[in-house]
Design a protein around this ligand. Structure first.
Ligand code: SF4
Length: 251
């Protein structure tokens, strides 16, 4: 079993050392636990390439990171679908990479803050892509830990597998356009830009359906009772600690 762990995980569990979650996943039976954002370098390269290759009429390009937004585009604004870059979300790119590296026999479980990833997985499967075998939310995982009687604080920390660029761990803090009403309004503007109206919307728009982004996803469990700033603070602490993680071997 291989886990793809979304970057909001350090804010989702009530434990001071997020790396304990990695050990708990290994205790459940995951042989490999990678961070989904390990693909962010590829994502950024694809976006920059697409902006470089674009012409003014094909701008603005749109981020494909939010499953709810991409679902809306596919259902209600299919004419804007070609603007999504990359065509696959970070989750789908990572799952594809995991299957390529570890073989089609491995069971890939995406674990994240969002129930909408399930619909995304269904869409990917319907178009012949490589969906995760299972999508769990952090809420689901927390319930599973409780059923097993796990106390996260009792697990020694362990590092995730794979190569994640340090900066990518902070990508969940990027100040994007967020909130459902903003998304609807922006897509209407992009649609009228696509029909030739002057827009001034820029080259690239990242839209996230949840207010404050994925840290406010509906699968974040009880951490949603914390103020957003506190959840953001947990990501910042994790980001800083991974620069100086004692578990890392010397360069
Ligand atoms: S912003 Fe919300 S709906 Fe969109 S991917 Fe993140 S958690 Fe899911």
């Amino acid at each position: 079993m291989v886990a793809s762990l979304a970057p909001s995980y350090p804010a989702a569990f009530d434990v001071s050392e997020p790396l304990s979650v990695i050990s708990a996943l290994r205790a459940i039976g995951f042989s490999i636990v990678e961070e989904t954002v390990s693909v962010m370098e590829e994502v950024v390269k694809i976006r920059l390439q697409a902006i470089g290759d674009s012409n003014p009429r094909s701008l603005p390009l749109l981020s494909s990171s939010c499953s709810r937004v991409t679902g809306l585009i596919k259902e209600r604004y299919p004419q804007l679908e070609e603007r999504l870059v990359p065509r696959l979300s970070p989750m789908s790119l990572h799952v594809r990479s995991l299957k390529e590296r570890y073989g089609n026999d491995c069971v890939v479980v995406f674990i994240g803050p969002c129930t909408h990833k399930r619909s995304e997985a269904e869409r990917v499967a319907a178009t012949g892509g490589t969906p995760p075998d299972l999508v769990l939310t952090f809420d689901d995982l927390g319930m599973y830990f409780r059923k097993l009687g796990f106390h996260l604080a009792s697990f020694l920390p362990s590092e995730p597998d794979g190569e994640t660029p340090d900066w990518a761990r902070a990508s969940v803090l990027v100040d994007s356009l967020s909130g459902w009403n903003q998304v609807i309004e922006t897509l209407a503007n992009v649609e009228s830009a696509a029909s030739g109206h002057d827009h001034g919307l820029g080259s690239f728009i990242e839209m996230l359906a949840c207010e404050g982004g994925c840290l406010s996803g509906d699968g974040m469990g009880s951490s949603l009772t914390l103020p957003l700033q506190e959840r953001q603070g947990k990501i910042i602490s994790y980001f800083k600690s991974m620069f100086q993680c004692p578990l890392r071997s010397p360069l």
